[in-house]
Design a protein around this ligand. Sequence first.
Ligand code: AMP
Length: 453
Amino acid sequence: MDSKKNAKKIIKRAKPEKSKEEPLVLQTLRGMKDILPSDQPYWEQVRRISERLSRDYGFLRLDTPIVEFSNLFTRSIGEGTDIVEKEMYTFITRGGDKVALRPELTAGNCRSFIQNGMNVLSKPVKIFSTGPVYRYDRPQEGRYREHFQVNFDAFGEQDPILDAQMIQIAHRIIQTLGIKSVQMQVNSIGCQVCRKDYKELLVNYLESKKSKLCQDCKRRMDTNPLRVLDCKEDKCSQVAALAPQSVDHLCEECRTHFKTLLEYLDELDLPYIINPHLVRGLDYYTKTVFEIWSSAEEGKKLSLGGGGRYDKLIKMMGGEDTPAIGFAFGVERVIAEMKRVQAKPYKIPRPKVFLAQLGNLAKKKSLRLFSELEKNGILTAESFGRGSLKSQLRIANKLGVEFTLILGQKESLDGTVIVKNMTTGAQETVSMDKLVDLIKKKLKADNVVVYHN
Ligand code: AMP
């Protein structure tokens, strides 16, 4: 009896269960994409210009995790916002924590500011950050589920001169990237005090027009009435056009703040307009809000970047009362605009020297020689896997290098290298220890940038 049972078990074990593994889907998730090497010159240009300008304007870099506790975002961005209501990537970890992929960078920066006691630093504390953010939106042109932002925040200063400087930086980055024609839109949505009265006035007006609003806006009247003002639906825009405007209902302090900001902007000669319907999607904004728009006539208009003041956010999150202002731009949209206006991407330095090797001993020595050239900043190409000199020279020609260094059996034994000028075809044999200096001299004489920077 027992042996029969065992036999059955053995048979069962011998027959492996069919694998339930799902087939591999070799595709990025919807709304996400690879940034391919061919597109990298644009990304490199955006990185370089924004990093350089962040330093020029006194910003320090901060990197925060992509994942945070989800209530960091729900509390700061606001329950009634599109981001929190519909677009958060929220999940429970194995440890039971409710976390979310960051939908923007400011909330994490504020958390870090408080957690790391940055309030003791001299003010304003200027923070630069960049990285991917995630919004579970309906993917369409210029709207992705993963996109990259470049973000500037400044903590601890309420003077509108900082608002003007932020707008100036935003404008300067976009211009330096070659996007010459943009429009800056500014507005003030007041502080907690005057916004309360204004909101009441707005809701009363919207109540009287409720039947003309889209479904979303009917709901927004309760959760986030200011958002009705920048709804893209035609019928809502018509209602918004006649709605009371926040700039007409600012308290004395907010009015003076906004007026002074405009004076600074006038002084800077920045091309701005006041857009009374600009409210921005997030709850934490107070006083100044602004956006940068491309001047494209055709296609769907999308903002390149935007930001505003969030004077009460740090306190609301449990930190010291710290006024702050920030803005972010979307890298994908800025790159799309660069391409549209044919702005120049970064020119990635190309090697001017090719190292060819022939024979086993030379092959062994070439790794060290390559590294020597690299250490000295001489950008060199190679094709170590190839054996024949002919095929290596073909590659060198294709790359358009100025010089090919040829290391054969004889040269390896003698401690020399052949330097071939690819334009004239002239060859000379030089001693290995003089090579680096000689190449540097030759490239300099040809006015070639030798170093990668
Ligand atoms: P926001 O945090 O919504 O103010 O967005 C700042 C900037 O990020 C916008 O002006 C856009 O350039 C960009 N952006 C926002 N949402 C998306 C998205 N879903 N896909 C691509 N870029 C976006």
